[in-house]
Design a protein. Structure first.
Length: 393
């Protein structure tokens, strides 16, 4: 039991870089005569890690970084170019929409086919058939050829087979991104049940909040390499701050007339120390250092906060708060004190702006400009918390 249930050593997967255009006899002969080596594209390279039994791992990273290749190599559906993967126990996976389904066969027949691929005896699959169909919610369509299924129906049936086979290791790739809300909730209930029963799970997801709330650990894959692993909140914050912001994947924008220019931003805790990590229920201060290149009679300064998934949580400005901003000219500082900070445990983005009262003129706007994180030592759930008073009669 002390041995890792998944052991990956110097794992790599390379593909041949295909040339563009129609191959000709001249090109083929020239290539053969010149003995040119075919260029390789490494989807994954020199990845090593061990996963203990019962762990839940979230795999995050941008599209094309190698996340799906990693799960495919662990599942055994992809052959490694270098290195090796050792697993212990039965693996069930849902890595690609409709993978393993025969389009001309019915849903019922594909359940049996998928079970066979996963090494489940036909008798066991038939015994669980009603549970699989009920979980997928496809009673009306189970005897219809799956080529007529929608993408959501594909995922529902595939996930139902994967979880009903009771694996030791479950691998999923963006399953929750396709199903409807009701099915997503059903999936999460089943995943929580797997976690309680000590199953091992690895799943690729772009839902960073789900990874943070559900996983014990997170892996960050960038350009085919495992660049960081650790507590989900820390890994997600690194991903957002050091990668996503730099490449503008979170709609980071900077625009405006620059009649007023935000030159620097500083965030501080209750002790006045500069930081980007805060305690839930504590104090967060934001200093906006600006320069007005001309006299502005009625400036409005504002801020907004979004979650890691881009959900707008709150926003206000000096006009809404009825703060009497004086005319500005030259350099100055506007300070915001948030006390208490009612954000839950997670990663967030701060947007700042200076604009005219009617919003028609944006002097300087910085969207999703600064990443910060909040820690909460309580067991409160959600992105915000509310003051509550309990009573009993």
């Amino acid at each position: 039991m002390s041995e890792p249930i998944i052991q990956v050593k110097q794992l790599g997967k390379a593909y041949r870089a295909q040339t563009v255009g129609v191959p000709t006899l001249y090109k083929t002969v020239s290539r053969w005569l010149q003995r040119r080596q075919v260029e390789r594209f490494w989807a994954l390279r020199d990845v090593s890690f061990a996963v203990k039994r019962g762990a839940t791992i979230g795999v995050i990273g941008p599209n094309g970084s190698g996340k799906s290749s990693l799960l495919g190599l662990i599942a055994g559906t992809i052959t490694p170019t270098t290195g090796q993967v050792t697993t212990r126990g039965r693996i069930s996976s849902l890595l690609e929409l409709g993978a393993g389904f025969h389009p001309e066969m019915s849903g019922r027949e594909n359940v049996v086919l998928n079970g066979s691929i996963l090494g489940i005896p036909r008798e066991d699959v038939r015994r669980r058939m009603d549970h699989i169909i009920a979980f997928a919610g496809l009673e009306e369509f189970i005897d219809m050829p799956v080529k007529h299924y929608s993408s959501g129906m594909y995922v529902r049936l595939g996930f139902a087979v994967a979880v009903e086979t009771d694996p030791d290791i479950l691998l999923t790739d963006e399953v929750l991104a396709v199903g409807d809300v009701a099915f997503q909730e059903k999936c999460m209930e089943r995943l929580h049940d797997f976690k309680r029963r000590g199953k091992t799970m690895l799943f690729v997801s772009h839902s960073l909040e789900t990874v943070q709330q559900f996983c014990d650990e997170a892996f960050l894959i960038l350009k085919g390499q495992l660049v960081e692993r650790g507590p989900p909140k820390n890994v997600i914050f690194s991903y957002l701050k050091d990668y996503m912001l730099k490449i503008g994947k979170l709609e980071v924008e900077e625009f405006g007339t620059r009649q007023v220019e935000i030159r620097d931003i500083q965030t501080r805790n209750e002790q006045g120390a500069a930081t980007t990590t805060f305690k839930s229920g504590g104090v967060m201060s934001v200093e906006i250092h600006y320069e007005a290149h001309e006299r502005i009679e009625h400036p409005v300064f504002g801020f907004g906060i979004k979650s890691a998934n881009g959900v707008h949580i709150c926003g206000t400005n000096t006009a809404i708060e009825a703060y009497p901003m004086p005319p500005i000219e030259g350099r100055g500082t506007v300070a915001i004190r948030i006390d208490p900070l009612r954000l839950g445990d997670g990663s967030y983005f701060l947007s700042l702006a200076c604009h005219a009262p009617d919003h028609k003129t944006q002097y300087h706007r910085l969207e999703d400009w600064l990443a910060f994180s909040v820690t909460d030592e309580t067991e409160r759930a959600g992105v915000v918390y509310l003051d509550t008073a309990w009573s009993h009669h």
